[in-house]
Design a binder for this molecule. Sequence first.
Ligand code: DON
Length: 556
Amino acid sequence: MRIKTACAFLLSMSLLARQPEHARHAMVVVQEPLAADVGLRVLQSGGNAIDAAVAVAFALAVTYPYAGNIGGGGFLLARFADGRTTFIDFREKAPLAATRNMYLDSKGNVTKDSLVGWRASGVPGTVRGMELAHQKYGRKPWAELLDPALKLAAEGFPVSYSFATSLHSENEMKLLSQFPESKRVFLETAHYGDKFVQPDLAATLKRIRDRGASDFYEGETAQKLAAAMASNGGLITLADLKAYQAAEQEPLRGRYHGDEIITAPPPSAGGVGLLQMLGMLEGSGYEKTGAGSAASIHYVAEVMRRFYADRSEYFGDPDFFKVPVRKLLDPRYIASRRSSIDPAHATPSGQIRPGELGAHESTETTHFNIVDNDGNAVAVTYTLNAGYGSGVTVPGLGFLLNDEMDDFAAKPGAENLFHLIQGEANAIQPGKRPISNMTPTIITRDGKLFLMLGAPGGSRIINGVLQVILNVEDFHMNAQDAVDAPRFHHQWMPDMLYVEQGISPDTVALLRAMGHEVSPLEGSSPVVARVETILNAGGWLQGAADPRGNGKAEGY
Ligand code: DON
């Protein structure tokens, strides 16, 4: 008996390679430490998780301009302590003057305009999204939630090593130096160790604090933004800004091993992808060979390959295209997709097509998680798309604009920034939202919060989120180990299995022998997403910041 107990103890120790942050009452996990501190202070001073999320979103717009934003958009998923859930969609929309072929040159080739410069931006949604969340579910006054961001912008904060190196990397220097205001505001001002003060952004935040979101969409900020667009060949007008609404809808729901998965509906492809992939894995026994084994990586990669084939065809803004969610998640369809997986050999992507669904029925970024003392949980992923977005800082306003237009299929069938091939359903139309991969997700067990997570990482987001869920659900890791474990990625096309450092060369050799083309990830994009996680483990909240980034988990 004693031996058995000791062994069980050792076994559990071996699964606890690295401790997550532990707290009894509340937890924040944010990809930038100063913004994490803001969130924790809001919770400790009586704010709820929505209040903290609003304060963190505005703080990140100051301290993490790589992805934190007021010039972009995203998704907020909440599960309240009483079991209610909501999904707030503040995804950017194509301006009214956008046209299907606006990013094609005279020869029909895709240009860089969807990624860089004034024409790359969709109508930003962040400020409206935060306002909607706050008006419906917040507790503290709006102004109090804007104050910490305003202070960080007006008084400045020391530039961290990671901020300085990201800003002054070759790619970002090339992007930002094309635009005089970005050069002045960021490149010439933010240096490692110095205090970074942003007076223009402080003035913008002060107006939003005092006058609400209407300043951004109809007031002085809107007018300055529209005027700058007009004089630089951009498309966003005052009419676009006035018309922008954030939308609240029901999250998507599914189950894995009996736990309830609450996740992102279209215009994210993430939630459908997650549920479809979990559906193919459930009952397959893929996990029997153990975490990180070549056989389990192979099986999961085959599942990924099949979902991403569907992603290329069946996703578009649900206001414009009927996404066949029910059919994509039909257990019989999922079983038929599963039955095409050979557990010993890779199926070349050329042999996998988007599945036959029958007639169609009549979805650089950052993620944060917050749980408050009452058990309310809020997961937010929002973005400018690529790091520092389009590179454009609006003169006098101090914030960067997104390049979310690149998430559309500029030319159906051609690749975008993330090498994703997308179809007609995601072609550009005025007022339409581009399909996203962002996958904020909350999982409950026996009706109680169990796991929450999400990530940046473009097309790799869905697979990053999937693997952390599998590490917890199937391999029983703690939050930190689940996030730390090396990950892999397959997205159908290109037909390539990407592996992070840490997946052993022997494993790679076995995968190659099964027929996979394997490419170790390196260079400027060496990771499969950065997944931020909170796990509720027996009354303790475990917060895990992904070591692939520079985030912080803290609680009380
Ligand atoms: O919505 C999407 O899927 C993309 N705009 C996300 C971009 C992203 O994650 C970039 N960060 N690495």
